[in-house]
Write a protein that binds this ligand. Structure first.
Ligand code: SF4
Length: 284
């Protein structure tokens, strides 16, 4: 397998070229990232006071979608809390954090905005929103909110608020073929039809090469534009481009590594269970 980093402008975004894998492996990785890699998110809210224009439920919903980050010394999200389903009640507090949102507009004539940065950690002091300038609610003169919050480590399979990524997808590289070169006339219809302008003629043959392989979005407009029906566009089964963008709680590298560890654990569990059943069968 060959992997090249195409772009990684920041720790939360990466594009990879992968040669020598398959849809099945990449999809297993994608699903493990979406559903199994845990993050910390607001789970319970106790509203002591809310005189803002937002309903309590709407406030709770907004709070739950604020991505939170925490120092692993306070909450080991990708370590100990990765198997939160297997922890007993006494250990669960290691994977939760308490916060408070308390704000009152004491001005006489101004409207103020409550932001994510106004969240105050109570027990685990390193818990902070990933982005401090997310607006939560506006308060008119005299209005206030006082909310107690319990954040918990969870997984995307239970709720999208725990998903660690905002973008995650892969696309196969295109394979363009002229099925009958004798019929491929000098008409240029396919080249002119390509909305991305990436299809070029090389030696009188429509060709995708270099950056065009990356930019082609496999919409097959060129194939449909060919009046002689001799153009074919296939999807590679072992060359892919993977794009992944973290919401910000973990770096992309940490997310991929955690997903691989989780998948390995699952396959090991599966293998052990299978071996024990085979042993039982032999002994019966
Ligand atoms: S599939 Fe679409 S983007 Fe790709 S070469 Fe053909 S027309 Fe252009």
């Amino acid at each position: 397998m060959e992997i090249k980093v195409i772009a990684s402008p920041k720790p939360t975004y990466m594009e990879l070229y992968i040669d020598g894998t398959s849809y099945h492996l990449l999809n297993a990785l994608r699903r493990a990232i979406l559903t199994e890699v845990p993050t910390l998110a607001v789970h319970d809210v106790i509203i002591h006071m809310n005189t803002s224009v937002l309903y309590d439920e709407e406030l709770a919903l907004r709070l739950s979608l604020i991505p939170l980050k925490v120092d692993p010394k306070d909450i080991d999200v990708l370590g100990k809390c990765r198997n939160i389903e297997r922890l007993d009640l006494s250990e669960l507090t290691d994977c939760t954090a308490r916060l408070r949102l308390k704000k009152k507009n004491t001005t006489k004539d101004k409207i103020i905005t409550v932001y994510a940065k106004d969240l105050e950690p109570i027990d685990k002091k390193s818990v902070r929103p990933v982005y401090e300038n997310i607006p939560i609610v506006k308060l008119g003169p005299g209005q206030e909110v006082d909310i107690e919050i319990i954040a918990k480590v969870g997984k995307g399979k239970d709720h999208a608020k725990w998903m660690p990524v905002s973008t995650l997808g892969y696309k196969p590289l295109p394979i363009l073929r002229v099925t009958d070169t004798t019929k491929c006339q000098d008409c240029n219809y396919c080249v002119e039809a390509c909305p991305k302008g990436v299809l070029k003629k090389e030696d009188d043959t429509p060709t995708l090469s270099g950056i065009a392989l990356y930019l082609c979005d496999l919409d097959r407009i060129c194939v449909r534009a060919c009046p002689h029906k001799v153009l074919d566009l296939l999807e590679s089964e072992n060359q892919f481009i993977l794009r992944i963008e973290s919401v910000g709680q973990h770096s992309v590298i940490d997310i991929i590594n955690a997903a691989i560890d989780i998948l390995s654990e699952k396959y090991l569990d599966f293998s052990k269970e299978l071996q024990s059943k085979i042993r039982d069968l032999k002994e019966a």
